[in-house]
Design a protein around this ligand. Structure first.
Ligand code: PMP
Length: 450
């Protein structure tokens, strides 16, 4: 009888005993092809020789732990400097353990910024309906996935929501990207005005929406337009680059592709590529300066802030990505995978859309390609797809609630950057075989009520 609590209490997950590159190895001899870096985490794949060597070395050299309230260390300093220098203008970074908590601190810092500047009434966060920002109560409150919010709704602090930038479903026929971006920026502006600009702290968004929406990038110009709205009303722009950042959707920081500078951005998953649990938030100089000139402290304390070993491993991961030009590889593999997905599913009755940016791609399922009516079955359907994929030795990352937090489903692709062209082709080929096998299941979902 295991003593561990699993996500699904009724089933014991596959025991993983090792891995190599894009492959995971199970205790019963399973060999599992990883199409998604788990949840867009493993950008260097498994057992990367340079990272394994660095981990062994750092275990000898780096202090195991030293409280950031009293100490700093070379690894945290170097990692912060490395990231700041590549951020296009952000000034400072602090490290935490997971994406939810870094997002949580980012929003606390955003509020503290206003408080220090004499605007304590700016306490409302505006987020987007299809976004996901983490599993803590604070982050669920700004997340749009209704399933994840579910029974916790009574515990969640209030937040305000605007439409996502979801061109496949919401861009009107004949509407240009510019007009669509303008329409969404106007909606944000109206929301800020309706709430009262003096009460709004920040607008929170994922540059490329991941788990809830299935790798949906904003249309060109969207982030420039919302940046302008934020500037006009003194509202901070907080980006959640936890899944899309660190090269997953192209550059190290997604905002570089969108041509804007956020006030705060948050990274996680790919920062240490899963070799350590580490995340970070980075702030612009004016945010840091407001805190420095005010109370002079960050009103947040956690045990594992700027963890020396985690920072050292993350630094080696980032140096490896840079030295081995893996952002270029990721872009090339992304273009290859996207072309293969588009070609393979061009006529597929239940694949409505192939989208994404960089090596962060998604396919959205539909019952009917013309009406875009979603498949019925939601979470149960994609859970079954995932189960069948795993039994074929294929790890996929499906999601449900794609359309509106409840209806719709998709599969995300986020393979390791080190995948070879042949491995990418194998991933798409095996996914296509999986959909062939699941054709009766998809078909019956298409004929049921969504
Ligand atoms: N933000 C985004 C965009 C995410 O995708 C996630 C994780 N899926 C989080 C925040 C939360 O990160 P974590 O699970 O590491 O707490």
């Amino acid at each position: 009888m295991p003593a561990t609590i699993y996500k699904t209490l009724a089933a014991t997950p596959i025991e993983i005993v090792g891995g190599e590159g894009v492959w995971l190895h199970g205790a019963r001899g399973e060999r599992i092809l990883d199409t998604c870096g788990g949840v867009a985490v493993s950008s260097l794949g498994h057992r990367h020789p340079r990272i394994c060597a660095a981990m062994a070395r750092e275990a000898q050299q780096t202090v195991a732990w030293a409280h950031a309230g009293s100490f700093t260390c070379a690894a945290a300093e170097e990692l912060a400097a490395f990231l700041v220098a590549r951020s296009g203008g952000l000034a400072r970074a602090q490290f935490l353990s997971g994406g939810s908590e870094a997002m949580e601190v980012a929003l606390k810092v955003a509020y503290q910024y206003h408080h220090e500047r004499g605007e304590p009434d700016r306490s409302i966060f505006i987020a987007r309906r299809q976004g996901y920002h983490g599993s803590t109560l604070g982050m669920l409150s700004v997340s749009g996935n209704r399933d994840r919010r579910s029974i916790f709704e009574p515990l969640l602090p209030p937040a305000s929501f605007v439409s996502p930038c979801y061109a496949y479903r919401d861009k009107a026929p004949g509407e240009s990207d510019e007009a669509y971006a303008g329409r969404l920026a106007a909606e944000l502006e109206e929301t800020v005005r309706a709430l009262g600009p003096e009460r709004v702290a920040a607008f929170v968004a994922e540059p490329v929406v991941g788990s809830t929406n299935g790798a949906v990038p904003a249309v060109p110009g969207y982030f420039r337009a919302v940046r302008e709205v934020c500037d006009r009303y003194g509202v901070l722009l907080v980006l959640d680059d936890v899944m899309s950042g660190m090269g997953r959707s192209g550059p190290l920081f997604s905002h570089l592709e969108d041509g804007i500078l956020p006030d705060i951005t948050v990274i996680g998953k790919g920062l240490a590529a899963g070799y350590q649990p580490i995340s970070a938030y980075l702030v612009a100089e004016h945010v840091y300066a407001a805190l420095a000139a005010g109370s002079g402290i960050v009103r947040n304390g956690q045990t594992h802030v700027n963890h020396p070993y985690a920072c050292a491993v993350a630094l080696e991961v980032q140096r490896t990505i840079e030295d081995e030009r893996l952002l270029d590889s990721a872009r090339a593999r992304g273009a290859q995978m996207r072309a293969l997905l588009e070609e393979t599913f061009a006529g597929h009755p239940f694949v409505g859309d192939v989208r994404g940016r960089g090596l962060f791609l998604g396919v959205e399922f539909v019952a009917d390609r013309t009406s875009k009516r979603p498949l019925a079955g939601g979470g149960a359907l994609v859970a079954e797809l995932k189960r069948r994929a795993l039994s074929r030795g294929l790890l996929i990352y499906p999601g449900a609630g794609t359309v509106d937090g409840v209806r719709g489903n998709h599969v995300l692709f986020a393979p390791p950057f080190i995948a070879s062209p042949a491995e990418i082709a194998e991933m798409v080929g095996r996914f296509a075989e999986l959909l062939d096998e699941c054709q009766p299941l998809l078909s019956s979902s298409a004929h049921a009520d969504a």
